[in-house]
Design a binder for this molecule. Structure first.
Ligand SMILES: Cc1ncc(COP(=O)(O)O)c(C=O)c1O
Length: 460
C-alpha cells in the first residue's frame, strides 16, 4: 500500500500553476493594455487545481487527512475536479456535493475521475438543508475519516494564491501592473492576491466582476447585503459574503447580466481564439468596461478561470442559449418563435424517407429528441417518432434496416405559424408534436419542452 503522505502523485500534478499570459488584441481596451492569465491550461482545466493541491497537502501534513481517508467538498465543479485530480492520485475516496445547475460536462468529468457526486438543489440558499455547503458539511460529519476541504473557510485556499498565483503574475508582468479584474466564488483568489499585492504593489486596484443577481458587487459598494437573485454563470457570484473574503483593495465593481457574460465568452473565442467558461465572459466584460473608462493608460490583468470545453453544451450551444433567452433570433410574433430548431437556420434535425430506421434512431439519440420530421429536399413528407420505430422493429430488429417511409406517419397534421397557443396546446395535449408548416413550406417542430421553455422565458 502506498503511504499518501510520501506519495507525491503522478507527474501531471507538477504542471499545476505557471499558466501562460496572453494579451487581448481584438477588443477595444481604450487606453489600457489587457492580459488574460490562462488558468484553463491547468491539468484539471481551471484555477482550482491550485487550491486542490494546497488544501490536500496541508491536511496530510497536519493529520486531518490520513491514509484511507475521504475528501468531501461542496463545489460548483472546478474545485471538485482539482481535488479529485490530486486526491484520487493519492488514493483517497472523494465525495462531492454539486448544485444541479452545473454543466453535464463537469459532472461527467468528476465521475470519470472516480469521484462520487451528490447533486443538490441550486434554488435554495444558505441555511437550507439542501444547500450544497450544508449537505457537504453534513457528509463531512457522517463519513468516518472524512476531511471536509471547505474552500469557503479553508485558509489554504487564499494561501495557494498568495504564494502561487500572485508571485507568478508579478513576475510575468515584469513588476508593472495597475489592476486585476477578478470574480469571487469562495473569494480565495481575491483574498490571496490582495494579501500578496499589499506587500509588493499596495496601489494595485482590484476590480470585482460579479453576475447580476449576486450580492457581492453591491456589498463592496455600500456594505449592504441585498436580496440575492439567480444567475446562469458558473463558479462566481454569491448569495452571502464568504467568511475568508477580503474586499479591502476592491476599487470598482461591475454587475454583468448573464446575456453579456455568455455573449462576451463567445466573442472571446471568435476574436481571440480563446475558449473559456461562462465566468470568463463576466470577467472579460468587466475588464473591458473598466479599461474603456480609464483616462490614463493602465496595465490590467484578468483570468480565463476555466476551460470552455466543459460548457460546450451550454455557452457554445445555440439551441441552449436560445432556450435560456441568452441568444436572440429573429422574432415573428407567431408560433415560429417557439420553434427551437428552425428550418431557416438549417438547424432542424431530420431524415429523408429513403434513410434507414437505424439512421433515424441514431439521429434521435445524438440530438436527444424523440421525433424527427421526414423531409425530401425541403418538402415535409412525414414525421417519425420513437413509438413508430418501436412498433416496426419490436418483432424483428433486422427491420432497423428498412426505410423510414415504411414506418413514418405520412401527411401528418400541421399547424400554420398563425395558429393560436390554444391550438398548439390542443395538439400537444393529444400527445403529438406540433409541425409548423403552411403552403409556403415547413418551419420546424414544437415539442412540449419548447412550449415550456417559451412560457419560462415570458417569466423573465
Ligand atoms: C469558474 C470559476 N470558479 C471560481 C472562481 C473564483 O474563485 P474563488 O473561489 O477563488 O473566489 C472564478 C473566478 O473568476 C471562476 O471563474
Amino acid at each position: 500500500m502506498t503511504t499518501p503522505s510520501t506519495d507525491t502523485g503522478p507527474a501531471v500534478l507538477k504542471l499545476i500553476g505557471n499558466t501562460p499570459l496572453v494579451r487581448v488584441t481584438r477588443f477595444d481596451t481604450g487606453l489600457c493594455t489587457l492580459y488574460l492569465k490562462l488558468e484553463s491550461q491547468n491539468p484539471g482545466g481551471s484555477i482550482k487545481d491550485r487550491i486542490g493541491v494546497a488544501m490536500i497537502e496541508t491536511a496530510e501534513r497536519d493529520g486531518r487527512l490520513k491514509p484511507g481517508g475521504t475528501v468531501v467538498e461542496a463545489t460548483a465543479g472546478n474545485t471538485g475536479l482539482g481535488l479529485a485530480l490530486v486526491a484520487r492520485a493519492k488514493g483517497y475516496r472523494v465525495v462531492l456535493v454539486v448544485p444541479d445547475k452545473m454543466s453535464t460536462e463537469k459532472v461527467l468529468h468528476l465521475k470519470a475521475m472516480g469521484a462520487e457526486v451528490h447533486t443538490t438543489r441550486s434554488d435554495v440558499g444558505k441555511g437550507h438543508p439542501e444547500y450544497y455547503q450544508e449537505r457537504a458539511a453534513a457528509l463531512g460529519h457522517e463519513i468516518p475519516g472524512a476531511f471536509y476541504a471547505n474552500q469557503f473557510e479553508n485558509p489554504d485556499n487564499p494561501r495557494a494564491h498568495e504564494e502561487g498565483t500572485g508571485p507568478e503574475i508579478w513576475e510575468q508582468m515584469n513588476h508593472d501592473l495597475d489592476a486585476i479584474v477578478v470574480g469571487v466564488g469562495s473569494s480565495g483568489t481575491l483574498t490571496g492576491l490582495t494579501r500578496y499585492f499589499r506587500k509588493v504593489q499596495p496601489a494595485l486596484a482590484f476590480v470585482l466582476a460579479d453576475p447580476v443577481g449576486s450580492i457581492l458587487a453591491e456589498y463592496t459598494r455600500s456594505g449592504v447585503v441585498g436580496q440575492a437573485g439567480s444567475w446562469a454563470v458558473e463558479g462566481i457570484g454569491e448569495d452571502f459574503v464568504p467568511p475568508i473574503a477580503d474586499f479591502s483593495a476592491v476599487r470598482a465593481a461591475y454587475s454583468i447580466p448573464d446575456e453579456e457574460s455568455f455573449g462576451t465568452a463567445r466573442e472571446l473565442l471568435r476574436r481571440e481564439g480563446i475558449l473559456g467558461g461562462s465566468s470568463t465572459g463576466t470577467l472579460l466584460a468587466s475588464a473591458l468596461r473598466y479599461c474603456q473608462e480609464q483616462t490614463t493608460p493602465k496595465r490590467v490583468l484578468s483570468f480565463v478561470c476555466d476551460t470552455g470545453t466543459r460548457y460546450l453544451s451550454k455557452v457554445y450551444n445555440d439551441a441552449w442559449m436560445v432556450d435560456q433567452g441568452l441568444l436572440h433570433r429573429r422574432e415573428y410574433g407567431d408560433l415560429r418563435d417557439l420553434v427551437s430548431r428552425r428550418a431557416e437556420d438549417g438547424s432542424v434535425v431530420s431524415v429523408a424517407s429513403e434513410d434507414t430506421l437505424l439512421t433515424a434512431f441514431h439521429r434521435m439519440r445524438l440530438a436527444d429528441i424523440s421525433q424527427l420530421p421526414v423531409l425530401d429536399g425541403s418538402r415535409l413528407v412525414g414525421v417519425i417518432d420513437e413509438s413508430d420505430l418501436l412498433l416496426t422493429v419490436n418483432a424483428d430488429a433486422k427491420r432497423f434496416r428498412a426505410q423510414v417511409a415504411s414506418a413514418m406517419t405520412p401527411a401528418p397534421s400541421t399547424l400554420p405559424p398563425q395558429a393560436s397557443l390554444a391550438d398548439l396546446r390542443a395538439m400537444l395535449d393529444r400527445g403529438l408534436v406540433a409541425i409548423i408548416a403552411d403552403a409556403r413550406g415547413f418551419y420546424g417542430l414544437i415539442t412540449r419542452t419548447d412550449l415550456l421553455n417559451y412560457l419560462r422565458r415570458t417569466l423573465a
